[in-house]
Design a protein around this ligand. Structure first.
Ligand SMILES: [Fe+2]
Length: 393
């Protein structure tokens, strides 16, 4: 793939030691816990995953109180429970919210380090307990990533802990667990996963090892998202989404995301807009802004999205954005910030908060000024705009 974006640094891949993918993987998790002698696991589950959690291990202590993006308070409440139970392993089962908390609990269980000491990149000294993750949505890829995100309600702001110690020992990805995910969550989480892939592929630190996962992840999700939204029990479509989500998660550690994620965080922390939905609302507008910085990369993304090649790379890349809009409309996601409780007067401060997330903004292929970030938000506030030029359509 030709592009001006070339790997500048050696890339380290730190992955789960055991990755089980496919229908029936939940049973493989049970077998694995037994085989390695886990006796007292503490299981962090989302409410909708409680029944699956109950089937995992007879000696488990299960908490299923996480029902939204987790807060610092949620973490400390569960840490207290974990310290009272003294588990020999931590299991996360559910969406990214449950998995992110499980990962931090496994790392900080004995209190040798506090949460305040480990914010940011690389500040975690070790993980104290074995850690196993079982996703029940196709979105965050947290089961294979080194990232945990919590909501600091006092700011409010999303805060991240990023460390190779947060990569679980094993991940069990069972697409059968995702067939009960409702359509709007399927759509939002699927777009989140696709955004992980897109932002890893068009990224200042893009790398050939990760490009393969990124492009294939886009193909899997773009080709099957609308089917999974319309026919939730279609296991074939669910399997493709689960693969795309896994590939997106594999991109997060070595390369990570960029401006879409950075700009979306304030929408989650201020308005509790679901993470994937916030990304979806911003994605086409950020792509349009970024396109001139890496037309070849965005043309390759367009082809992976299912657009036809046409004319120049720039034209193909534009066709990809149109393809993305059609997909968004078919999923039924509301794409106007104006209809999602955001006031136009908030745009300058939302833009400033997003730009302040420099650990992600530095990855973006085009640098963004305050004024440009406000323009991106304003476009998302109004939703789809007619393109000035029709590209290859
Ligand atoms: Fe994400």
């Amino acid at each position: 793939m030709s592009s001006h974006l070339q790997p500048r640094l050696p890339l380290a891949l730190q992955q789960v030691q055991r990755l089980v993918f496919g229908a029936g993987s939940l049973a493989a998790a049970t077998d694995h816990l037994r085989a390695i002698g886990v006796a007292r696991p503490f299981v962090v589950a989302t409410r909708s995953s409680r029944n699956h959690a109950a089937s995992l291990h007879p000696g488990a202590c299960i908490d299923s109180s996480i029902s939204r993006e987790p807060t610092l308070e949620d973490f400390h409440r569960l840490l207290h429970q974990v310290q009272g139970f003294s588990p020999d392993a931590i299991v996360g089962i559910g969406g990214g919210s449950a998995l992110d908390v499980a990962k931090l609990l496994a790392a900080l269980a004995t209190g040798r380090q506090s949460l305040a000491e480990v914010w940011g990149i690389g500040n975690l000294a070790a993980r104290e307990l074995p850690l196993f993750c079982i996703p029940t949505t196709s979105g965050t890829g947290s089961e294979v990533s080194p990232n945990s995100i919590l909501l600091d309600e006092s700011a409010p702001a999303k805060r991240a802990v990023i460390s190779p110690h947060l990569v679980p020992d094993a991940a069990f990805i069972d697409p059968e667990l995702t067939v009960t995910v409702p359509p709007h969550i399927t759509a939002a989480t699927g777009i989140d996963a696709m955004t992980h892939c897109i932002e890893a592929y068009a990224n200042n630190f893009a790398h050939p090892m990760v490009d393969t996962w990124a492009l294939d992840g886009i193909r899997h999700i773009a080709g099957h998202l609308v089917t999974a939204v319309r026919a939730p029990e279609d296991l074939d479509a669910r399997t493709h989404l689960a693969l795309g989500s896994l590939y997106g998660g594999l991109c997060l550690g070595p390369v990570n995301t960029a401006a879409v994620h950075a700009l979306s965080y304030p929408l989650g922390s201020r308005h509790h807009l679901a993470h994937g939905h916030a990304n979806a609302v911003l994605l086409p507008h950020v792509l349009r802004f970024n396109l001139s910085a890496a037309p070849q990369r965005y043309a390759a993304i367009a082809l992976a999205l299912g657009a036809a090649a046409c004319g120049s790379a720039t034209d193909t890349a534009h066709a990809g954005i149109s393809q993305l809009w059609r997909m968004m409309e078919a999923t039924g996601l509301e794409m106007r910030l104006s209809a999602l409780g955001v006031a136009e007067r908030e745009i300058p401060s939302l833009a400033a908060e997003g730009l302040a997330i420099t650990r992600l903004m530095r990855n973006n292929p085009r640098s963004i000024t305050q004024q440009e970030a406000e323009s991106i938000y304003r476009a998302a506030y109004h939703g789809r705009e007619e393109e000035l030029t029709q590209h290859c359509e």
